[in-house]
Design a protein around this ligand. Structure first.
Ligand SMILES: Nc1ncnc2c1ncn2[C@@H]1O[C@H](COP(=O)(O)OP(=O)(O)OP(=O)(O)O)[C@@H](O)[C@H]1O
Ligand SMILES: [Mg+2]
Length: 146
């Protein structure tokens, strides 16, 4: 069962990283997550959104990012972050710990690793010059209801 679907679209501006975190937080509160779960979800979302801004749209400050939020079976949060930027040529490589195409800017290449450690499932779909979609799924421990 999929409940309470929320979709939003925002500009690829650095300040919208915080905005995306707040929206996710507001969305998740009704699911009664622990503080730790909430922090983990927000951090994973931040990484995906910052990747869209920095890599997808190469810090140009223009371009749309979509975020779709969904709840499945009342205890699984599904978050899909989509950009229509430059895309990822080698997804497997991009997901490796400490791999970054921006080493010169001293980026640590740990974004995907952070996402993988903080949520239960991370799916990446991407096509060069078309864009990237990252789906994060988090199972909440806190659901005891009917
Ligand atoms: N939305 C995206 N569009 C295009 N390329 C991306 C996108 N997300 C990730 N990448 C590519 O995958 C690489 C790895 O991403 P990851 O988040 O793991 O590390 P990083 O962003 O380089 O560094 P960090 O997140 O630690 O600051 C990036 O360097 C970039 O080349
Ligand atoms: Mg990153």
């Amino acid at each position: 069962m999929e409940g309470n679907i929320v979709k939003l679209e925002f500009e690829a501006l650095p300040e919208n990283q915080g905005f995306a975190r707040s929206v996710v937080s507001a969305y998740c509160v009704s699911l009664d997550p622990t503080l730790e779960e909430l922090t983990e979800i927000k951090t994973a979302v931040s990484e995906a959104v910052s990747n869209a801004i920095i890599h997808g749209y190469e810090r140009k400050g223009t371009g749309q990012i979509e975020m779709e939020l969904k709840t499945m079976d009342k205890d699984k949060v599904y978050i899909k972050i989509t950009d229509y930027g430059k895309g990822i040529r080698d997804i497997k490589k991009a997901r490796e710990p400490m791999f970054s195409t921006e080493e010169s800017r001293e980026m640590s290449g740990m974004g995907f690793t952070v996402m993988e450690s903080f949520v239960d499932k991370v799916f990446v779909e991407s096509e060069p010059d078309k864009g990237t979609a990252v789906t994060l799924i988090k199972y909440l421990d806190t659901y005891y209801g009917v």
